[in-house]
Ligand binder design. Structure first.
Ligand code: ZN
Length: 221
């Protein structure tokens, strides 16, 4: 893969930034694509832009605000509260979002001469999003190849990792501090450690604490 070009689906958050470092290590050239779907905080897109600039990879924003004509959710509407109740889909859920984003990313990748797509979806922490699961990604990979008569490969370096293992991967890639300081995961638009209260912050910080405990216990070499 070293001599090929890859496209990273990129949001400026912990997961996709870790994927970006993974891509830079494994590919000759890396491009990012970020989706503007009317996020509550355009800080997210600005954060992604800054990271891409700092790492010297190309940055492309695609307007996906049309998704809001289809459904209402807490990521894009200030009047809907962010909730994450046991046994229910979180209120941040946009049905089919990853499906749509990956399909657009594939068209973009093809346009710039790339067949490698990288996405930070994870089945471990999938929060009930069906289009984050491995079986869906495999199915979409086949569909994209048939749809465009290409040989795409969708890479999912985080598929079987939990949040503490994502921190571990970033450390392995010498990106731990970068990810900790420069990414934005928080639903309230606060970078780095975030607000600490929203479901995204809780997941991120709880994973970080578990990783740091493991590391200091010496179980990670
Ligand atoms: Zn937060």
């Amino acid at each position: 893969m070293k001599n090929e070009k890859a496209v990273v689906v990129f949001s400026g958050g912990q997961d996709s930034t870790t994927c970006l470092f993974w891509a830079i290590k494994n590919f000759k050239e890396v491009a990012t694509v970020t989706f503007d779907y009317g996020q509550r905080h355009s800080a997210e897109i600005e954060c992604a832009r800054k990271i891409a600039e700092e790492l010297g990879v190309s940055f492309k924003v695609l307007d996906m605000t049309l998704i809001n004509q289809l459904s209402a959710n807490a990521l894009t509407r200030d009047d809907i509260e962010v909730t994450d109740e046991e046994g229910q889909l979180p209120s941040t859920f946009v049905p089919g979002r990853n499906h749509l984003f990956l399909s657009f990313a594939a068209v973009y990748a093809d346009a710039i001469g790339s067949r490698h797509l990288i996405t930070g979806v994870s089945q471990t922490d999938f929060s009930g999003y069906p289009d984050c699961r491995d079986t869906f990604i495999r199915s979409l990979n086949v569909t994209l190849n048939l749809a465009m008569d290409k040989q795409f490969i969708i890479h999912t370096p985080l598929m079987w990792l939990d949040k503490s293992e994502v921190w571990e991967l970033s450390d392995t890639l010498d990106a731990f501090e970068f990810v900790q300081e420069k990414t934005l995961t928080c639903y309230n638009g606060i970078p780095s450690t975030g607000c600490g209260d929203c479901p995204a912050c809780q997941l991120r910080n709880e994973g970080l604490a578990r990783y740091q405990t493991k590391k200091s216990a010496g179980t990670i070499v």
